[in-house]
Each structure stands twice: as structure tokens, then as C-alpha cells.
Design a protein around this ligand. Structure first.
Ligand SMILES: Cc1cc2nc3c(=O)[nH]c(=O)nc-3n(C[C@H](O)[C@H](O)[C@H](O)COP(=O)(O)OP(=O)(O)OC[C@H]3O[C@@H](n4cnc5c(N)ncnc54)[C@H](O)[C@@H]3O)c2cc1C
Length: 265
């Protein structure tokens, strides 16, 4: 059986953050819960966060025989940026939704062996763009602005290698210049809408509130895995990843995370 619990396979791909599992070894006393210490408790390992990385770390440790683990989670649910909710008879992913690519993508490797994935019919680029007023944006103009954003994104591979400022500073500076080259002074308001939307898109990938808080150079560390970039789950939504991570060849993750526990630095 599956995935991260098989020894030695380092995860990679769009969930590469998994390898930066937020666990650390505390051979002696830790507080329970942190910040509200009434009594001390000894555990071998504290895993901070019950997102995919934390669950993967705990499962891998358990599979290798470490039983004395506690997972502390700030929220009241598991999953972190994976957040699948019920929506009528279906499920809705409020966080991660697609499996982006196949080669070197640990999520693909885990899910595909059980036939859990299917090609998505979604084509983001060809969707119409609609302003908050309900006005449908002229498709030629939308295409040009999206072209500028795509160009800036691709140029980042080179331009951001030694860039010292934030992702937001990079996009704002280059976008403004490219918009003026393309449209002179027209469509500047529409351009800002698109830039704002694009910021939200980037923030959702980086897990940040603002792209002025994320490193510009960090964009160069992201890569696309080969294969279908928009695979979706046949059923159950992205939450299935957590199920896959928790069920290992010799262990079922039996550690119930302690919720509403925020670790303070
Ligand atoms: C809207 C959105 C859409 C996305 N779409 C996709 C997609 O389609 N495909 C894809 O592959 N990826 C997608 N992603 C990215 C993917 O969800 C993340 O890369 C992945 O879930 C990150 O997992 P993680 O465990 O590293 O971090 P997180 O999911 O952020 O988990 C970290 C956990 O640690 C907890 N925590 C943090 N600090 C503390 C603390 N001090 N004390 C206690 N607990 C703490 C948090 O509450 C959280 O539960 C998307 C993300 C978002 C937000």
C-alpha cells in the first residue's frame, strides 16, 4: 500500500511542502497545551500542524515505530489548506482541489494507484471574466491582460533568480510597465482588477495573505510536474489525500490531533 509510508520515497511536486514537515523532536517535557501549561507531559515527538505535512510526518514516524507522538493544531479541524466540505450530495473544496501533474507528484502517485483521479473538464484560461458589477469583460482585452500576467510569471524564472524584494513588488512594477506598453493609459482600472485577482490566485498557492509578504525569489522554486495539470478526484475531494496519508502499510494513524493549540514561537 501507499505513498508516504513507504520508506525512502521523498515527496515532491505540487505538494512539495510536505517534506518540510513541521515536526521536531522533544525528548523531554512539553507543555499541554502550549501556552496554557497546567501540567507537563513527556512525549518523544511533537508535530506542529495537522495539515498534509504534519499528517504525513506523523504517519511516517509511526510507520517507522515511533508511537509517542502528539499533533498540535491551531484550528479546530484537520487539513490546513486542504478543506473539503459537504455541499448537498456533493463535496466542495475550499482549499486544494486539483492534482497538478503526474511525474514526480506524490499526490498523483498515491491516488492514481487506486484509480481515484479523473481528467478535469475545467479550462481556466477560456473562462469568461466578469467584473463585480456583472459586466462581462471583453474577451480580447481579457486575453491580452492575462497574456501580460502569464508573460510576467514566466519571465520570473529568470528575473527573480536574484531578486531581493517581494513577489508583489515584482508583479506591480512589471505589470504597470507592460500595461502601458500595451494599452497606453486605457484599461488601467480593469488592469488593477486583474492584478488583484492574480494576487489572490498566487496567495492561495503560497498560503499568504498578501504577496508583499512572500519572497519574489520563491517563485523560482515552484515547478510544474509533467502530465495532466488539472486532474480532479472522482469522489470525496482533496480530503482523500489525508485518508491516504493516514492509512499506511503497517499503521493507521491513531493519533487524534489536539485542536485549538497554537504553538507560539
Ligand atoms: C485556496 C487554495 C487552493 C489550492 N489549490 C491547490 C490545488 O488545487 N492543488 C494542490 O496541489 N495544492 C493546492 N493548494 C495548496 C495546498 O493546499 C497546500 O500546498 C497544502 O495543503 C499545504 O499543506 P501543509 O501541511 O504544508 O500546510 P497547511 O495546509 O497550511 O497546514 C499547516 C497546518 O499547521 C497549522 N499551524 C500553523 N502554525 C501553527 C502553530 N503555530 N501552532 C499550531 N498549528 C499551526 C495550521 O493551522 C494548519 O492546519 C491550494 C491552497 C489554497 C489555499
Amino acid at each position: 500500500m501507499a505513498g508516504l509510508c513507504e520508506g525512502g520515497n521523498e515527496p515532491s511536486g505540487s505538494l512539495k511542502a510536505i517534506v518540510i514537515a513541521l515536526w521536531f523532536k522533544m525528548p523531554h517535557a512539553v507543555a499541554k497545551p502550549f501556552g496554557f501549561t497546567e501540567r507537563m507531559e513527556e512525549v518523544q515527538v511533537v508535530v506542529v500542524g495537522a495539515g498534509a505535512a504534519g499528517v504525513a510526518a506523523a504517519a511516517r514516524l509511526m510507520e517507522r515505530g515511533v508511537k509517542d507522538i502528539v499533533i498540535l493544531e491551531a484550528e479546530e479541524r484537520m487539513g490546513g489548506r486542504i478543506h473539503t466540505v459537504l455541499f448537498g450530495d456533493a463535496v466542495l473544496d475550499l482549499g486544494a482541489q486539483w492534482v497538478h501533474g503526474e511525474v514526480g507528484n506524490v499526490v498523483y502517485s498515491m491516488a492514481n494507484r487506486y484509480g481515484l483521479l479523473t481528467a478535469s473538464e475545467t479550462e481556466i484560461i477560456e473562462s469568461p471574466y466578469i467584473e463585480s458589477t456583472g459586466n462581462v469583460v471583453n474577451s480580447d482585452i481579457a486575453e491580452k491582460i492575462m497574456g501580460i500576467l502569464t508573460l510576467i510569471h514566466k519571465a520570473g524564472d529568470v528575473l527573480l533568480k536574484d531578486f531581493k524584494a517581494s513577489l508583489g513588488q515584482y508583479y506591480n512594477a512589471v505589470f504597470q510597465r507592460k500595461m502601458e506598453e500595451e494599452f497606453s493609459t486605457s484599461h488601467s482600472k480593469l488592469g488593477r482588477y486583474f492584478l488583484d485577482w492574480f494576487q489572490k490566485f498566487e496567495n492561495s498557492i503560497d498560503g499568504s495573505d498578501s504577496w508583499f509578504e512572500t519572497s519574489g525569489r520563491g517563485l523560482t522554486e515552484y515547478w510544474d510536474c509533467e502530465g495532466n495539470l488539472l486532474l480532479s478526484w472522482k469522489s470525496g475531494g482533496y480530503r482523500r489525500v489525508l485518508d491516504l496519508l493516514m492509512v499506511c502499510i503497517n499503521c493507521t494513524l491513531s493519533v487524534e490531533p489536539r485542536f485549538s493549540c497554537t504553538i507560539k514561537s
